[in-house]
Ligand binder design. Structure first.
Ligand code: IMP
Ligand code: MG
Length: 404
């Protein structure tokens, strides 16, 4: 088995966490390559629910856990997360020294920037992710490796001091962070290459979704890192040849948390139903997620951007509780119809979805095999997106997964 990259095809929360946990058994390691503690990956085992923000979702399968250089690492969150997990998970963890750190001051700045935007706030998770990546671009960030060397942190300290942060608070945070990463720092890019050379393989786990990509998503209502498969090698520091096949994950409806255009958004009883059955609340912030119908226009764009040939559908059981099923096949704008998502990006808030209702999933029951309704939906999606559906997840539990 070669490497594999699990990427989200929508606005995040596609169910990547469950899928990574399910697939992790076949790999030697699981690696995060983007984002930070804005992510919330949920894994359910029996009665227990685990939410990962920084630790890769393969943790519960006892795999090697790698946090690559593309991740923005918040040591305070990592310490909390590790304290809730068995000690052996810490022993499996390696953090790349090139990861930029997220500080409490980045979080404060995140809040101030959101307030400044007023009515056009992005609705960030307030985890300081945007400011931390901005610090990296300004060449002011502290990196994980700085915590083990004798760092010169006068520049970032001065920067925050100009924003009103007491330098002693900054120094205290640095000291605290040193303790968190002690013994965990390594060279993740070399480790991935070594695993491959020894005949092993790595599962790459994306955070957020394609439509939240900093450049290719619905800018400015996006996150501040790259969420697409092409960032796997850049984020980890490995050649594109090692980036593995991308596996796209999607739900057969859409959710979005935070602000920004959402062409197929619905409000009212049906969206409330989907939200409650699908437990569509942010795993990081607890915010109710906005809910909408399946958007094939956006998905075709995501499939193309990621070069995805295989797809995993998650949470298909949710639609068993819903009478109607709609799929948006085109957008209408100023009297004409288009299927071109990229050209629609500039006026996404003005487009009107054109729907078809090819089937209903109501009452579909899942066992070892897909029910007829679900088989039809799979065929419909394969034709609409030009992909193969290779996995269907129909519940939170590991066992509620059907391979096709
Ligand atoms: P930030 O990543 O916290 O800066 O937030 C920017 C946008 O991305 C907001 O709309 C967030 O709600 C959204 N976002 C960030 N992380 C996630 C995630 O893991 N799932 C879903 N949405 C996310
Ligand atoms: Mg999530």
């Amino acid at each position: 088995m070669g490497n594999l990259a699990v990427v989200g095809l929508q606005w995040g929360d596609e169910g990547k966490g469950k899928l990574v946990d399910y697939l992790a058994g076949q790999f030697d390691a699981v690696a995060r390559f983007n984002g930070g503690s804005n992510a919330g990956h949920t894994v359910v085992i029996g009665e227990e629910k685990h939410t990962f923000h920084l630790v890769p979702s393969g943790a519960l399968k006892g795999k090697e856990l790698l946090i690559g250089a593309g991740v923005a690492l918040d040591p305070v969150v990592l310490r909390e997360e590790l304290s809730l997990m068995p000690g052996r998970i810490r022993e499996k963890l390696m953090i790349d020294g090139r990861c930029s750190l997220v500080s409490p001051f980045d979080k404060e700045l995140d809040v101030v920037l959101e307030q400044m935007r007023g009515g056009s706030a992005i609705g960030t998770t307030r985890r300081g992710i945007g400011p931390a990546y901005a610090m990296r671009a300004l060449r002011l960030a502290l990196r994980v490796s700085d915590l083990s060397d004798e760092p010169d942190f006068s520049a970032p300290s001065q920067f925050y001091s100009r924003l009103g942060v007491d330098p002693t608070r900054f120094a205290a945070w640095v000291e605290e962070s040193k303790l968190v990463v002690d013994g965990l720092v390594g060279d993740v890019s070399s480790r991935i290459i070594d695993i491959g050379q020894a005949g092993g393989s790595v599962l790459f786990e994306a955070s957020q979704g394609t439509l939240l990509d900093l450049v290719h998503g619905s800018y400015p209502f996006v996150t501040s890192s790259h969420t697409v498969a092409s960032y796997v090698p850049a984020g980890l520091g490995i050649p594109p040849s090692e980036a593995g096949e991308p596996l796209g994950v999607m739900k057969c409806y859409t959710t979005r948390v935070g602000s920004g255009p959402f062409p197929t958004e619905i409000k009212g009883l049906t969206s409330d139903k989907i939200r409650s059955v699908g437990n569509e609340y942010g795993a990081t912030t607890g915010r109710p997620r906005r809910v909408g119908w399946l958007d094939l226009v956006a998905l075709r764009y995501a499939v193309r951007l990621n070069g995805v040939k295989n797809i995993a559908i998650s949470k298909l059981d949710v639609l068993s509780e819903v009478k109607e099923f709609r799929a948006c096949i085109a957008y209408r704008h100023t009297g004409s119809e288009t299927r071109d998502f990229q050209r629609s990006l500039g006026h996404l808030h003005e487009v009107e979805p054109v729907y078809e209702s090819p089937l209903s999933m109501q009452g579909a029951k899942y066992d070892k095999e897909l029910p007829t309704q679900a088989k039809k939906l799979v065929e419909y999606l394969e034709a609409a997106l030009g992909v193969r559906v290779s996995l269907v997840s129909h519940g939170e539990e590991r066992s509620r997964t059907i391979e096709l």
